[in-house]
Design a binder for this molecule. Structure first.
Ligand SMILES: NC(=O)c1ccc[n+]([C@@H]2O[C@H](COP(=O)([O-])OP(=O)(O)OC[C@H]3O[C@@H](n4cnc5c(N)ncnc54)[C@H](OP(=O)(O)O)[C@@H]3O)[C@@H](O)[C@H]2O)c1
Length: 388
């Protein structure tokens, strides 16, 4: 029985993780749960999974949860990002599922790898912000980072037992999102509702907007660079609308390995939980005959400039990817609150990047400083736009 902690348990990945746990009785014990604001769902999860502790990002939500649950057993509360080192000092933890959305995942990821804890990583923003530092820290403390993101999980599995020196290209597949066929005029007028209507994946709102701008794929390029120790030039993005091939690896001898499975995040989540074992799942397989064909096309960098911006910061390195990520988080938040248009997202990010002098070999405090700076800059560009 593995002792797991699920951080971000109230989100899309967190809920799917707990569903995997529920479907595999006797394999995983939920030692702790963590969330931000959805105390109603967290309370239901506490009642269903009986964790020993919860982690909340602030006192107000911790109080709300306490009120909902009353004096429930000996449930322990950890509050605030500063609490993660204490959370991870519990030697019984076998694996942490990091399903927190956005930059809020950096502090727990950092604390987990510092303690040498095995992390099943769904969050991509933390590696984008500080991948070089995190991977070095993970190596130093022998902390495994097991990808949950379906594309990274696919590449990771394709690389098992392979000679990395013979690696030629990584192919990151992209479903293309809901706006794949939209021309520039339609993109300019796109609504939040259209963007959130993803054809293949049901995900949290931020990643769904990132999928539509192709920033999600750009973040994955940077994530893959760190996870697999490769240069951005060897990472190719391929639009594959059926989302059955989750990614591929090409070797110098011309051999390609691909990982295929149904479009269901519970599959990579289950493997990230059970690894190195494979447990029998009860999820659907792939109906190849029903699908008939698989399709591929090049991404359109002109209509979806976020992908090009991500490649550019991946090559620049230092604090540049962190700035891209922070500006994107601010822009997506504005877009979701209907305060800015869809095409403003890449424009504002590009403007913020243009004002940034990337710092090479940043420390973790340089990263947090660059993150704060980029958020302020993005806010100032966006408020200028609103006025104009
Ligand atoms: N969804 C997918 O299919 C998918 C696939 C691959 C990768 N990912 C990545 O996985 C991460 C989570 O995605 P998601 O779609 O599950 O997001 P989501 O549905 O928006 O859920 C985000 C979770 O993080 C929690 N949270 C947010 N800020 C926090 C903070 N500062 N401290 C602690 N908890 C915080 C939220 O808590 P409350 O709800 O309680 O506020 C929620 O539990 C993202 O990085 C995403 O890119 C997701």
């Amino acid at each position: 029985m593995k002792n797991i902690v699920v951080l971000g348990s109230t989100g899309s990945i967190g809920v799917s993780t707990l569903d995997v746990v529920r479907r595999l009785p006797g394999h995983f014990r939920v030692l702790g749960l963590g969330a931000h604001s959805n105390t109603g769902l967290l309370a239901r999860q506490v009642r269903a999974f009986h964790p020993e502790f919860v982690v909340l990002s602030d006192e107000a939500h911790a109080l709300k949860l306490k009120k909902t649950l009353g004096t429930r057993g000996r449930l322990k509360y950890f509050v605030g990002a500063d609490a993660y080192p204490r959370v991870f000092s519990d030697k019984r933890i076998d694996r942490v599922v990091l399903a927190i959305g956005g930059s809020g995942a950096l502090a727990p990821l950092w604390a987990a790898v510092e303690r040498g804890i095995s992390v099943a990583l769904a969050n991509k923003e933390a590696l984008v912000m500080a991948g070089r530092l995190i991977m070095a820290q993970a190596r130093r403390h022998k902390a495994e980072i097991i990808p949950i993101d379906s594309e990274q999980s696919a590449i990771w599995q394709c690389l098992f037992g392979q000679d990395k020196r013979a690696l030629k290209n990584l192919y990151l597949t992209a479903s293309g999102g809901p706006l794949r066929d939209y021309n520039a005029a339609r993109l300019a007028a796109v609504t939040v509702r259209q963007v959130l209507d993803h054809p293949r994946w049901k995900m949290g709102k931020k990643i769904t907007v990132d999928s539509a701008t192709l920033m999600n794929k750009g973040l994955e390029v940077i994530e893959a660079m760190h996870l697999f120790g490769v240069k951005p030039a060897v990472i190719k993005v391929l639009v594959h609308p059926e989302a059955i091939i989750h990614s591929m690896v090409e070797f110098t001898d011309g051999v390609l390995l691909a990982q295929l499975s149904a479009t269901d995040m519970r599959i990579p989540i289950q493997y990230a939980l059970s690894y190195p074992a494979r447990l029998p799942g009860r999820l659907a397989g792939v109906d190849f005959a029903g699908l008939g064909a698989l399709h591929f096309e090049q991404p359109d960098f002109r209509r979806f400039p976020c992908l090009g911006l991500a490649y550019a910061v991946a090559a620049e390195g230092g604090t540049a990817p962190c700035v891209l990520n922070a500006a994107d988080e601010v822009c997506v938040d504005f877009f979701l609150r209907k305060k800015t248009g869809f095409l403003d997202i890449p424009r504002v990010i590009e403007k913020v990047l243009g004002r940034h002098r990337a710092r090479q070999n940043p420390s973790i405090s340089d990263i947090f400083a660059a993150d704060g700076w980029a958020r302020q800059e993005a806010l100032s560009v966006l408020s200028g736009r609103q006025k104009g």
